[in-house]
Design a protein around this ligand. Structure first.
Ligand code: ZN
Length: 302
């Protein structure tokens, strides 16, 4: 056998061996924020799709058959939990018929309960209180520090499913966590400079962000979670804005912003802005870092 032929055979065997290597992990996430996390941690070793779009209210997503087809092929399904997806994910999981991604399996990960939820209600909960989440506020990915923790949980799970790339996943998650920790200091300084301390929002979407940056969520335009603003409630808020000199109203971009016009007619000094609250919630927010920067800039009046 000539040397060239030996080299040729070597190539053939190498190619065959590569073909047998583990296939890329396929991950489905419920939200675009989780998708952004998986793609930064998993990079070229993972394929990832999200069910909700960044422009949609994540509480209300239609359980389309196309989502069931995706979850059917998934090696891992990642959700927030804390009831965020309760109205639609159970139907998608049921329709997907994929035993790998059932609760309790390695292929199912709920990240919200792992990062100390805020606003866990005390006492008895009734439907009269609106769409109250019994396990706490589910909008955890709007806190950069919790996002860093979630990155590590995701990396750990990806590593269990793909041992070969375990170290890379953990390394990528740690890089992300450190970067966000560093940026939080810069963002805090910018927010402090803005002089804004109190903010009104439409829904309790920004609780984690506001809590992280020492901002007070003074009032919510929804009288109860999931209930659109009523005129009586708006009158109360106008009063509160005047008394407490609240400078800013932020409306998550999937809600109707026209309600702020009524408030601004009565209190012309108050500033209002529509904000993106998820990755791909609009142009130029295709990463979590860009999303946080957008929120910081909006508060700062830029
Ligand atoms: Zn909510």
């Amino acid at each position: 056998m000539g040397p060239f032929f030996k080299i040729f055979l070597f190539f053939i065997f190498t190619l065959a061996a590569c073909g047998q290597a583990q296939a890329k992990l396929y991950v489905v996430t419920t939200t675009t924020d989780l998708r952004a996390l998986v793609s930064e941690i998993g990079q070229e070793f993972v394929t990832v799709d999200s069910i909700a779009k960044g422009t949609q209210d994540p509480h209300y997503i239609e359980a389309k058959p196309s989502f069931m087809t995706k979850v059917n092929r998934a090696d891992l399904l990642i959700s927030i939990g804390l009831d965020l997806e309760i109205g639609w994910l159970p139907n998608i999981i049921q329709g997907a018929r994929n035993p790998k991604v059932l609760k309790g399996q390695k292929g199912y990960l709920e990240v919200g309960p792992l990062v100390e939820p805020l606003e866990v209600p005390t006492g008895k909960i009734s439907r009269a209180q609106g769409d109250v989440h019994p396990d706490g506020n589910p909008h955890v990915t709007l806190d950069p520090i919790r996002v860093g923790q979630i990155a590590l949980f995701i990396a750990e799970r990806l590593g269990q499913l793909d041992l070969e790339h375990q170290e890379i996943f953990i390394k990528n998650a740690k890089i992300m966590q450190t970067r966000l920790q560093d940026k939080v200091k810069i963002w805090q300084a910018t927010i402090d400079q803005s002089g804004v301390k109190k903010i009104v929002t439409y829904h309790k979407t920004l609780s984690y962000f506001l809590n992280r940056f020492n901002l007070e969520n003074s009032a919510i335009l929804e009288p109860k979670p999931g209930i659109p603003p009523t005129s009586g409630h708006i009158i109360e808020i106008i009063q509160q804005i005047k008394e407490q000199k609240i400078p800013l109203i932020l409306v998550e971009n999937y809600f109707d912003p026209t309600v702020t016009e009524k408030i601004k007619n009565r209190v012309p000094t108050v500033r209002s802005a529509t904000v993106m609250v998820a990755v791909d919630g609009g142009p130029n927010v295709s990463t979590l870092d860009a999303l946080f920067e957008h929120l910081v800039d909006t508060i700062n009046g830029r």
